[in-house]
Write a protein that binds this ligand. Structure first.
Ligand SMILES: NC(=O)c1ccc[n+]([C@@H]2O[C@H](COP(=O)([O-])OP(=O)(O)OC[C@H]3O[C@@H](n4cnc5c(N)ncnc54)[C@H](O)[C@@H]3O)[C@@H](O)[C@H]2O)c1
Length: 322
């Protein structure tokens, strides 16, 4: 079994979360990291014992590196990903694909042209809730889909545990890009494209700061309406809910993990609060494993840049940018 050598560009919060999974995976060989912040390089080198470089181009052009995990803020994804793909390296890119439709389109075009493996980190897609939703749809438990709703409330944005320099910027931060992206991908994977988007976005006076509220509506090809509602600065616990209403039953995904199915007067929790830990899925492992399998030429489930572009189109149209 040939091990794969991995470069990591961007050694921030999410890279720190994914590194144990990369290190644990039997297929991972050498790992070489790079970050523009030299102090951060030293912290991550000490914590994980990885090799590091202080010049990104040396990493991208290193012939021994098979693939790159790109985990920098969204506005840098495009330029770096294009370089990586043009150097013939496979790429696992963080979501959202980019902070504009133009950049996401370019990334998808270069991915097609260079024929490298291109994948994105959408852990929800590999989790219990998505497979349960697919099952409910395939058994027609929900009946005809009538409406989909995504609703998020935040007492404060950015959330206290994610204080990064870009997360509240209008250019590439905000809860729509950071959080809605995951659920839009889930809707896209389950029901197809969301089109005909219109929205009302609330922005603060400071033109550099991200949205504080959003009401939006989109439409599936079937005509089913998808409703978006997001609001910050409300005095209650943060909460995100995806609701799928059907003629025979409904399903609600609460706070990423808890899945509640409702039919008539019955309600039951089917994921997230189950005691049986053996049924829990390490979604990061599934993402990394699928990426490696695709590099090996195996048939696997990846979210590629074409889907990433589709999701970015919805996100940026909701934010009324094109
Ligand atoms: N898939 C998920 O569940 C998930 C969760 C959190 C974040 N993310 C995504 O991951 C990306 C990074 O988020 P984060 O929370 O780790 O942010 P972060 O700010 O904690 O980390 C980003 C790192 O990139 C470095 N960096 C910035 N510009 C760079 C450049 N040009 N070249 C090299 N390094 C550079 C920064 O110094 C920082 O260390 C974003 O796209 C974010 O949306 C995904």
């Amino acid at each position: 079994m040939k091990k794969l050598s991995l470069g990591i560009i961007g050694l921030g919060g999410i890279a720190e979360r994914l590194l144990p999974t990369f290190l644990k995976h039997a297929r991972t060989g050498q790992i070489v990291g790079f970050d523009i912040d030299e102090e951060r390089i030293q912290v991550m080198k000490k914590k994980f014992g990885i090799e590091t470089v202080s010049d990104m181009d040396i990493l991208i052009n290193n012939k021994k590196i098979d693939a790159i995990y790109l985990a920098v803020p969204p506005k840098y994804h495009c330029n770096i990903a294009v370089k990586v793909m043009k150097a013939g390296k496979h790429i696992l890119c963080e979501k959202p694909l980019a902070a504009s439709i133009d950049e996401a389109t370019k990334m998808y075009e270069v991915a097609k042209e260079t024929k490298v493996i291109h994948a994105m980190n959408f852990p929800l897609y590999y989790g219990f809730a998505y497979s349960r939703i697919r099952e409910l749809l395939s058994t027609n438990t929900l009946g005809a889909i009538k409406r989909i709703e995504l609703s998020a409330l935040y007492p404060v944005w950015p959330r206290p545990w994610q204080q990064t320099p870009w997360i509240d910027s209008r250019e590439d931060g905000g809860f729509v890009r950071e959080v809605f992206t995951h659920f839009i991908q889930l809707i896209n994977a389950s029901f197809g494209k969301i089109e005909n988007i219109s929205s009302f976005v609330e922005y603060p006076d400071n033109e550099h700061k991200c949205e504080t509220g959003l009401i939006g509506i989109g439409e599936l090809v079937s005509g089913v309406k998808v409703v978006f509602n997001g609001l910050c600065d409300v005095n209650q616990l943060g909460n995100i809910r995806l609701l799928i209403y059907g003629s025979e039953g409904s399903v609600e995904l609460q706070n990423w993990r808890k899945l509640i199915v409702k039919t008539g007067e019955q309600e039951w929790i089917t994921a997230g609060e189950m005691k049986d830990q053996s049924k829990s899925i390490n979604t990061s492992y599934e993402v990394v494993n699928a990426f490696y399998e695709a590099i090996d030429g195996e048939k696997t489930r990846l979210v590629g840049f074409e889907e990433g572009l589709q999701v970015t189109k919805v996100v940026e149209k909701l934010l009324r940018k094109s």
